[in-house]
Design a protein. Sequence first.
Length: 128
Amino acid sequence: MLRATLLSLIFMTPAVFAHGELERNCDPDYGLVDGSCLEQFEPDRELLDVYEWVWSRSGYEQRTLLERSQGAWLEYREATCGIMSARNDGLSAEAQAKCLEFMARERTAELGLIRRIAAIEEGCEGSP
């Protein structure tokens, strides 16, 4: 019982102090940029890298499908993040930034799956 109490105190203590005023980060070289600093969302580097990798190894038909899916995803992301960041007094920049970050991670995972499938197929083509 004492052990459980001590463990809960250890994990709760950082949360208590985390509510203090945090310094805004507007420098992308320093890590995740605070949403209030963003005038326009720039794509996550990993997302762009994975997209370019898939694009470079795709044929004409796959590129057409990739373009369609990316365009649809961009519209979906815009609408979803618009809903999630809408407030009575306007948009929440913090909610918008968090949504964009989440959506970029999800799309990177989707494209990563396509990349893994393509890599497997490339390996199979070289086999006798």
